[in-house]
Ligand binder design. Structure first.
Ligand SMILES: NC(=O)c1ccc[n+]([C@@H]2O[C@H](COP(=O)([O-])OP(=O)(O)OC[C@H]3O[C@@H](n4cnc5c(N)ncnc54)[C@H](O)[C@@H]3O)[C@@H](O)[C@H]2O)c1
Ligand SMILES: O=C(O)C(=O)C[C@@H](O)[C@H](O)[C@H](O)COP(=O)(O)O
Ligand SMILES: [Zn+2]
Length: 363
């Protein structure tokens, strides 16, 4: 098991990554001073709960904890306030009090929603992230929790840091292949914004990662979490550098929103978004053409899309980008690259530059 420590806003927590780590949960709770008198609420979705939620509940109960289970329908459609309210109802009926803990067992949807439940239940209780998708190496770290609004992605939320993150690489075995690929997009993002040597490593090990080689997967998750931790520990609330974690997300979130989250997974959408951001970087920051080539080559090796294929009106995508949380004073904002591994937030981007790029990334 590999351990990383995140230091954010005076709060330090461990990320444990390895095979079989979920089985260590009762021991990890005890080691972290979480006594049996504290009630636990396991929140999961209906794909993950039967596979890993029920056995986890049983093992925690066997260790002496009182553990409730709240199960939401799978998928992005569940990331909304009405589902938060249902889960909070489950917590109230089970008798959770302010000393209780939420355990978020699932992908990014469960992690974001359960984290938001924890952030708001009785004005906030602690929670633990137990990510079960590769993508959730990103969502489980850094404390961004929340849900979508009918008008856009992640518009309702909070910053609430977990007590710990426990990533069990073994659970990725049941993940559909499309979701493995989707998760690789956020791994690639961490490399592309921060570390050229990690880009090279991903290119070299793409096939092993797609085959879920446990050692390579542990390494990829560790390096992705390390980059994310380095960034969020400097800027918990996205007042500055944290915005670079949004690379690919201006276009990506717009692609998700225009199709009401039906067409692309989050990872697929941000992969196309990163291909767009690389092209915009060449136009606006004078980044070398090679940036586009290396970005697209890496995404292609990881089997991610780099073009969107639907004939959505450009205006619908532009309108969605105008609602991005990075927008100030109505001006478009993108994270762009000066070169591979070096990015910055750029505001005030001319609309015609974006429409040109949208044409280039449309197949
Ligand atoms: N908070 C953050 O910093 C942050 C970062 C990145 C992404 N996100 C959010 O994360 C969400 C996407 O997360 P995701 O890609 O994990 O999607 P997801 O949570 O919807 O999971 C994808 C699918 O895989 C299933 N699944 C999960 N684990 C499984 C397993 N081990 N075996 C079999 N099936 C399994 C789920 O039931 C679901 O059907 C988006 O809402 C995105 O906005 C948040
Ligand atoms: O942690 C962050 O900061 C990120 O931007 C990580 C992103 O991968 C993630 O999709 C996040 O949910 C986006 O946040 P948002 O504030 O742009 O909605
Ligand atoms: Zn993301």
């Amino acid at each position: 098991m590999k351990t990383l420590l995140v230091d954010v806003a005076g709060h330090r927590y461990p990320i444990r990554i390895g095979q079989g780590t979920h089985q260590l949960l009762p021991q990890l709770l005890t080691e972290n001073g979480i006594g049996k008198e504290r009630m636990l609420m396991l929140i999961s979705d209906s794909h993950v709960a039967p596979l890993y939620g029920l056995p986890m509940q049983a093992s925690l109960q066997a260790a002496g904890y009182q553990v409730g289970l709240s199960v939401i329908p799978p998928g992005e459609e569940s990331k909304k306030l009405s589902v938060v309210e249902q889960v909070i109802g489950d917590c109230l009926r089970f008798g959770l009090d302010r000393s209780s803990l939420v355990l978020a067992l699932g992908g990014g949807v469960v992690g974001d929603l359960a984290g938001f439940v924890a952030a708001t239940y009785m004005r906030g209780i602690p929670f633990i992230q137990l990510p079960t998708t590769l993508l959730a190496h990103d969502s489980s770290v850094g404390g961004k929790v929340g849900v979508n609004h009918a008008l856009g992605k992640n518009f309702i939320g909070a910053f609430h840091q977990p007590l710990m993150v426990v990533f069990d690489v073994d659970v990725l075995a049941s993940l559909p292949a499309r979701e493995v690929v989707s998760g690789l997009a956020e791994v690639a993002k961490h490399a592309l914004i921060w570390d050229v040597s990690f880009v090279e490593w991903l290119e070299a090990h793409a096939e092993a990662l797609l085959a879920l080689d446990p050692e390579r997967m542990t390494e990829a998750i560790y390096r992705g979490c390390e980059i994310k931790s380095a960034i969020v520990s400097q800027d918990e609330k996205e007042l500055g550098i944290r915005a670079i974690l949004n690379y690919g997300h201006t276009i990506g979130h717009a692609l998700e929103a225009v199709s009401a989250y039906q067409r692309y997974t989050h990872g697929e959408a941000i992969a196309i978004g990163m291909a767009g951001a690389a092209r915009l970087s060449v136009r606006l920051l004078g980044a070398p053409e090679m940036l586009v080539h290396r970005t697209e080559q890496l995404l292609h090796r990881l089997r991610l899309p780099i073009r969107y294929t639907e004939d959505w009106p450009q205006q619908a995508l532009l309108d969605a980008m105008k609602k991005d949380k990075k927008v100030r004073g109505g001006h478009y904002a993108f994270v762009l690259a000066k070169q591979l591994g070096q990015v910055e937030l750029v505001r005030g981007i001319a609309e015609d530059q974006i429409t040109q790029v949208l044409k280039e990334i449309h197949a």
